[in-house]
Design a protein around this ligand. Structure first.
Ligand SMILES: [Zn+2]
Length: 498
């Protein structure tokens, strides 16, 4: 059947119960590789960060990177896993051109961490995701297929291989089957990966850049006729590399598999490729069973037997976990759930926290980052973090508003000046002449001119109609291009005419 025959999503989840399994590969941000001293800098010239070990040359012997083991243990602890007292590396044997050793050093039945869980907030309710295991392994090199239109091997004239990535330490985090999500499965998958990204960022073990492949997600999905039925055959969609794609890939697989099952066909156990452009998956290779890899314990590496004291020490020094921290920060800032979701969605929480730390109120910090600055970032095609303005400067703009030196309208021009590199907020105010005029001599003269130009209005105020003062205040503001202190102008008008 072709991929265009899909069942509408709502119909699919009405008839079938989806079960997911998510495998997330995290590239650790260690300075050197997993089993050798090669550098791990992203984007370096191809094949400049290699050595006999990571190229798999005969006789080269690997040595385990202690920092990588430490990171793996910390990840396991943060996911409430047990840390193995004794764990081994294993050889996963298969041929692939970007894997020079013809086996990947990984872990099989003796992972470093296992049996954990983590709680994910999805639309205000908590979903517990059980963690099967978190194991260590090394990354492969990277193939570049040249000459085709899709960048895939099909249609390419030749391929190039870059081994800089070969041997970079990875931790693979595998969930147990996630059941019971129903129609919410795509949202749960997305929320889990987002949650994991935040948790890993908090641990400082990876830069978790999905766009650079340092966080990669494989989506396993199967359907069954009801929650009581046995698990169906699953597909594994590889390398889904953005949060939005995770959500879309789950959705697509549900619709695709429902169409197969409706037609009385069977779902093939296979790996599938995700296509960002069409939002669809296509068939990859039929999935090997574990026995196909002929796993066996790695003879060149010592087992990992982390001392309990070390594990306890790592446990004691874990940073506050993301979800806990987020709940605490939300209470401190006094944001509603909806406000918090907007803030997190815009990636603005650290910026808002820093702005508040620099003296602004939470409400004003949120207002500037989510309205004015979000709009400017969007117009410039940048992230909020990349805008050339610091939280301290945003707090500075708000301080000028609070002190009555500028009003909201002028404050926006101050932001423009700071973003244009004209200096600190006060410097922009001075250079652009944006300050609100509250100097009585200047204001008094302007009020006198307004009274003279509007004798009818002045007469009404003299007769006791204070509400008419608005017209005179408006005239003064107009003359002073919006830079008059409106409160002081009102006082002067009343003083002069009553
Ligand atoms: Zn190396």
């Amino acid at each position: 059947m072709t991929t265009t025959e899909l069942v509408a999503y709502d119909d699919a989840v009405a008839r079938y119960d989806p079960v997911m399994g998510l495998e997330v590969h995290v590239e650790l941000s260690t300075v050197s590789k997993m089993f050798c001293g090669c550098a791990t800098v992203f984007g370096a010239e191809p094949n400049t960060q290699t050595c006999p070990v990571c190229l798999g040359l005969p006789g080269a012997l690997p040595v385990t990177n202690k920092k990588a083991v430490e990171s793996a243990i910390r990840i396991g602890l943060a996911l409430n896993c047990e840390i193995a007292e004794w764990s081994r590396f294993a050889r996963k044997n298969y041929f692939y051109p970007d894997m020079p050793k013809n086996f990947q050093t990984s872990q099989y039945d003796e992972p470093i961490a296992f049996g954990g869980h983590t709680d994910v907030v999805v639309d205000g309710s908590t979903v517990r995701v059980e963690i099967e295991r978190a194991h260590m392994e090394e990354d492969t090199g990277k193939s570049l297929h040249v000459g085709g239109t899709t960048g895939r091997i099909h249609g390419a004239s030749h391929s190039l291989v870059d081994y800089n990535r070969a041997g970079i330490p990875l931790v693979e985090i595998v969930t147990r089957p996630i059941e019971g999500a129903g129609a919410n499965a795509p949202a749960v998958a997305r929320a889990y990966v987002a949650h994991l990204r935040e948790l890993l960022r908090g641990l400082s073990v990876s830069d978790v850049r999905m766009d650079q492949g340092s966080l990669r997600c494989d989506v396993n999905l199967s359907l069954r006729s009801s929650p009581q039925a046995p698990l169906g055959t699953r597909s594994e969609t590889k390398n889904v590399n953005s949060l939005r794609s995770v959500e879309r890939a789950v959705r697509h697989e549900i619709s695709r598999q429902a169409a197969l099952l409706d037609a009385g066909q069977r779902v093939v156990q296979e790996t599938r490729h995700w296509h960002e452009d069409t939002g669809m998956t296509t068939s990859g290779r039929s999935k090997e069973q574990a026995e196909d890899y002929r796993y066996f314990p790695e003879p060149d590496l010592l087992p990992i037997a982390p001392e309990r004291d070390w594990v306890d020490e790592l446990r004691a020094t874990l940073p506050e976990l993301a979800a806990v921290r987020r709940a605490r920060v939300q209470i401190e800032l006094g944001f509603t759930d909806l406000e918090m979701r907007d803030v997190l969605g815009a990636g603005a929480l650290p910026l808002i926290e820093a702005t508040v730390a620099a003296g602004a109120s939470p409400a004003s910090a949120r207002k500037w980052w989510l309205s004015e600055l979000a709009r400017r970032a969007n117009d410039a095609g940048m992230t909020l973090e990349d805008l050339p303005i610091t939280p301290a400067q945003v707090a500075g703009v708000q301080a000028l508003v609070d002190a009555g030196h500028v009003n909201d309208k002028l404050a926006r021009q101050v932001l423009d000046g700071v973003l244009a590199g004209e200096g600190e907020p006060e410097e922009v105010v001075a250079a652009r002449g944006l300050g609100v005029v509250s100097d009585d001599t200047a204001l008094s003269a302007a009020v006198d001119r307004a009274i003279e130009a509007n004798p009818d209005v002045a007469a009404k105020i003299r007769a006791g109609k204070a509400a008419a003062a608005g017209a005179l205040i408006g005239a003064v503001m107009k003359e002073m291009r919006g830079q008059a202190d409106a409160g002081r102008v009102r006082e002067l008008v009343i003083e002069k005419l009553t």
